[in-house]
Design a protein around this ligand. Structure first.
Ligand code: TYM
Length: 333
């Protein structure tokens, strides 16, 4: 592995199936950045249990997401794709960072507020201290850059604050990471309720496009997407449905939003939606084909996550040892 390249760390929770939002906000950029950086990408299964999970589903989701990472085209010779719970340093550093994180800053997290409303009978301590675990994920790898969607910006800020606070007390222990939030695709909205983010936990399956949705399903969901009544393909705050479809078209095709507007000037929503669906299909089909291949090759997938856990642990433990020493623990291993 390169000593000179800057580092990236990012992760996706293992709860529910991944959506087009996860793809355009995160995975697509991981693939684009992988040659320039040394990358660590994790399936964040430890994060998932902040919400109650059925164990069999959690195992299935973790494997599915791991296969999607592999199928997205990330080169595993030069980058590390791993499962968070396989590297115990994540839980260990999270404990330490918990002791440097203030209740006040955790209670300002919008994700905590949202999730505690949605899971009112299970507002557990893990849900509250979740950002300290996410900070541990990032800081263990001395990551320079963290490619995420817009919704993770606040967690990145607390990670930076924690790194600076810790460094302020103990000297230079952690690299202070920068967020990488794409200009288009950072916040893909629900197709049914374009005022809220496309989410894997949406109970209405027409609201989101799953990364593994087949072409006909994609076409039918896009056809049913909520728009408006003025019939003009234009990006505007007061046209959230059409603007969301424009962002999706732009992120999938690489065309600017202005060029997409020009392309569909004078066209109705029917034509526009059909083309949006085709761009999504083009984007996801190659990934889906590789995913199906990987599903037949369990041994290969297992070999990759086992080897990757070792590579990740090597890097993570180096940081953890330094942290243990700094806080005053007696070296025991
Ligand atoms: P998660 O699992 O909710 O989402 C994974 C990634 O997908 C992005 N994303 C979106 N982007 C655009 N539009 C959307 N509708 C959309 N929905 C999700 C998210 O911004 C994210 O980049 N806490 C994190 C997982 C995590 C993590 C980390 C991320 C754990 N440790 C360390 C970065 C670094 C989360 O819940 O993301």
């Amino acid at each position: 592995m390169s000593q000179d390249k800057k580092r990236i760390l990012s992760a996706i929770q293992a709860s529910g199936q991944l959506t087009l939002g996860n793809y355009l906000g995160a995975i697509k950029n991981w693939v684009a950045l992988q040659d320039e950086y040394e990358c660590f990408f994790a399936v964040a299964d430890l994060h998932s249990i902040t919400v109650r999970q059925d164990p069999a589903n959690l195992r299935k989701n973790t494997m599915d997401i791991f296969k999607i990472f592999l199928a997205s085209g990330i080169d595993t010779d030069n980058n590390v794709l791993f499962i968070q719970s396989h590297v115990s340093a994540h839980a260990e550093l999270a404990w330490i960072l918990n002791c440097y994180t203030y209740m006040g800053e955790l209670s300002r997290m919008t994700q905590f507020k949202d999730k505690s409303e949605r899971h009112a009978t299970n507002i557990n301590a893990g849900l509250f201290t979740y950002p300290a675990l996410m900070a541990a994920d990032i800081l263990l790898y001395q990551a320079d850059l963290v490619p995420v969607g817009q919704d993770q910006k606040q967690h990145l800020e607390i990670t930076r604050d924690l790194a600076c606070r810790f460094n302020g007390i103990y000297g230079d222990v952690f690299k202070v990471p920068e967020p990488y939030i794409p200009k288009v695709g950072a916040r893909i909205m629900s197709l049914q309720n374009p005022e809220s983010k496309m989410s894997k936990s949406d109970p209405n399956p027409n609201g989101f496009i799953g990364i593994l949705d087949k072409p006909d399903i994609i076409r039918s969901k896009v056809k049913k997407a909520v728009t408006d009544s003025d019939g003009i393909v234009r990006f505007s705050e007061d046209k959230p449905g059409v603007s969301n479809l424009l962002s999706i078209y732009s992120a999938c095709s690489g065309m600017s939003i202005a060029d997409v507007e020009k392309k569909f000037a004078g066209e109705g929503y029917g034509v526009f939606k059909a083309e949006v669906a085709e761009r999504i299909v083009e984007c996801l089909s190659p990934l889906q084909e590789r995913y199906d291949e990987l599903s037949k090759n369990k041994d290969y997938v297992e070999k990759i996550y086992r080897e990757s856990a070792e590579k990740a642990a090597y890097v993570a433990n180096k940081t953890l040892r330094k942290v243990y020493k700094k806080v005053g623990f007696i070296p025991g291993r």
